[in-house]
Design a protein around this ligand. Structure first.
Ligand code: SAM
Length: 282
């Protein structure tokens, strides 16, 4: 984000956020990577310790940032269908365990700190995860199945496992291509009043935590994020939260378009990718 890598606390995480993540196939904008790393840094500064992890890791683009944010003694969990793609109902992305392992090695994630859960998240319960990672989650990304049933299941899991100062990172809440994700969160908010509050919106992530700490996270992010990403504070679920956006140039708009997203997993898209990357990098 054009600033020093030192701001994220560790050099490896800094390098990954500043550019490394763009080399891993997946869905995570530089701003959303930056917001995630800032939250991890705030937690480290304030002595919040726990586990980190994600449902729906694909090739590891966001997961690697979470794993690089772990401190000594902390563990990371990675859940994905991987080889069981027959259960991938909405096909919002295909996990690939070999690519995931290669990317973790490439960015020097300590594999000994990672617990992998292969299979349908509908069969996962928080005690199974905590039994491996040994602590409640301080960062929990929900980006697996995008149907109403699966997204709601994964959000309940995140709520069950969330540290009192933990943060849930929800993908695609505002993506018109996946309206079931919005329905799923709204349903869980209604079912479990007072459990979760939204405190920030990024390019394609909604950040939630326990209501008692929501204003604190919102205010700390507002103080740390540069003006060019700040839109405004607004209300959601009855509370004030911060909205951040990447200013969108023409090339960025093309790259983030629905067509580019669809092409990415198509043979034609894979063939075009090196050429497009060369053009975008000038
Ligand atoms: C949009 S991709 C995740 C992108 C990833 N978070 C990133 O940083 O690029 C969605 C992932 O969820 C996985 N998935 C879909 N349905 C699932 C389910 N029911 N249980 C577990 N994983 C699932 C897919 O295999 C895919 O890897």
């Amino acid at each position: 984000m054009g600033s020093s890598t030192a701001q994220y606390g560790t050099a490896a995480l800094g390098r990954y956020i500043e550019g490394g993540h763009k080399k891993v196939d997946g869905w995570l904008s530089p701003l959303d990577a930056h917001l995630t790393a800032l939250i991890a840094m705030i937690q480290a500064e304030e002595g919040v310790a726990g586990s980190v992890g994600e449902i729906g890791v694909h090739h590891g683009r966001l997961f690697i940032a979470l794993a690089l944010a772990t401190k000594a003694g902390e563990r990371a969990f990675a859940a994905d269908l991987f080889a069981e793609q027959a259960a991938n109902i909405d096909r919002s992305g295909e996990g690939d365990e070999a690519a995931f392992a290669r990317n973790m090695a490439r960015f020097q994630v300590d594999a000994a700190r990672v617990d992998t859960f292969r299979g349908n998240s509908m069969d996962l319960k928080w005690p199974m995860v905590e039994g491996k990672v040994g602590a409640r989650a301080r960062l929990f990304s929900v980006d697996g199945g995008h149907t109403e049933e699966v997204a709601a299941n994964d959000l309940r899991l995140a709520d069950d496992g969330l540290h009192e100062r933990g943060v849930v990172i929800l993908d695609d809440y505002f993506n018109v291509e996946f309206p079931a994700v919005s329905v799923a969160l709204n349903k869980v908010m209604f079912e479990r009043p007072g459990h979760l509050a939204a405190f920030a919106i990024g390019d394609n992530k909604l950040f939630l935590c326990r209501p008692a700490v929501a204003a604190h996270y919102r205010d700390r992010l507002n103080a740390l994020v540069a003006d060019r990403f700040k839109v405004h504070n607004t209300l959601m679920f009855g509370r004030e939260l911060a909205v951040f956006r990447t200013p969108r140039g023409l090339l960025l708009r093309i790259r983030q378009s629905a067509l580019a997203r669809r092409l990415r997993d198509h043979p034609v898209g894979r063939w075009l990718k090196p050429l497009v990357r060369r053009i975008l990098q000038g």
